[in-house]
Design a protein around this ligand. Sequence first.
Ligand code: FES
Length: 350
Amino acid sequence: MQQATCSARGITLRCSARIQETADTVSLRLRSHDGVRPFSFHPGQFISLGIEVDGRNEYRAYSLSSTPQDDELQITVKRVPGGVVSNRIVDNIEVGSELPILAPAGEFNLNQCPPVANHGRSKVLMLSAGCGITPVYSMARHWLEQHSDIDIVFLHTARDQANIIFHQPLEQLAQNHDNFSLKLLLNDATGSHYPEGFLDAAWLNKLVPDFSERSVYLCGPEQFMQDMRSYLEQGGLDMDRFYQESFTPTKPEPTASSTSPAHDSVQVVIPQFGASQPADADSLLSEALEDAEVPVILACRSGICGSCKCKVTSGEVESSTHGPLTPEEVEQGYVLACSSTLKSDVTVEL
Ligand code: FES
């Protein structure tokens, strides 16, 4: 199938299907107007999707739950209590809705995180909770569709049976593929044949006794990932075979080597928009740009997607990460606004 070209700033896609996965989770299928596949991507990557809130597009990053072989992109979105964007998506996006999308990004993908062969055969553990299932589901499906003989254990934990995202497709994969072993652990297993419990080191050992021999792909809520990482490490997993998704904001911590701001308030000037915005020293550049109401795109707010790339032409910021920026771009003064704190008055180009 053909693929559409798009600019680095993105493309508009149309919602072609909406699937209610659970009471609070929907999958949206997205395609371009001419029907060609909108992007290529590596399983595990995310796209950033813009939703209009108070007259401007708010972008959020969502892992793709489709595979590169599918004709359409699919994201799966769970309602977040108080979540401005996720609630609008779940409540308002219908078939026919048009959505601005930024190109796929993210280092948690099968190209950059390949499974490590162990005694000749790759064994993996896909480990997820809640909506964290989306990237690992895409990865596992991709391997199976490519007839890979990778030995896959897919361990997912959910509140109860009604809240298992992709429940039927997962059961189907387990039925159709000898190398796909599905393990579900439910906090409340009433009415299901799955075990009941909260995933801890004992359950991990019980459900996947050979996890230390596997490459592990982890995605879920922050506390869940911290706990799992520590169980895996303590259980003897070689952490060179450990990969995790992370959308944790990366505001830099002040360091001893940080230069002290000359004053408590600094000025952020964006000449191309005729804007000049006062901001607190040590606050995020992204916050000042948003306050200045210039069109900065903040998709992941985590230093991962690169959508907030901008060039500091004078003044000083301190960056906690350069994420996807190349060394040449960093050399030229490009920074990620979401991951850079203000150290002086600065002038910025978007
Ligand atoms: S918003 Fe994604 S890198 Fe800054």
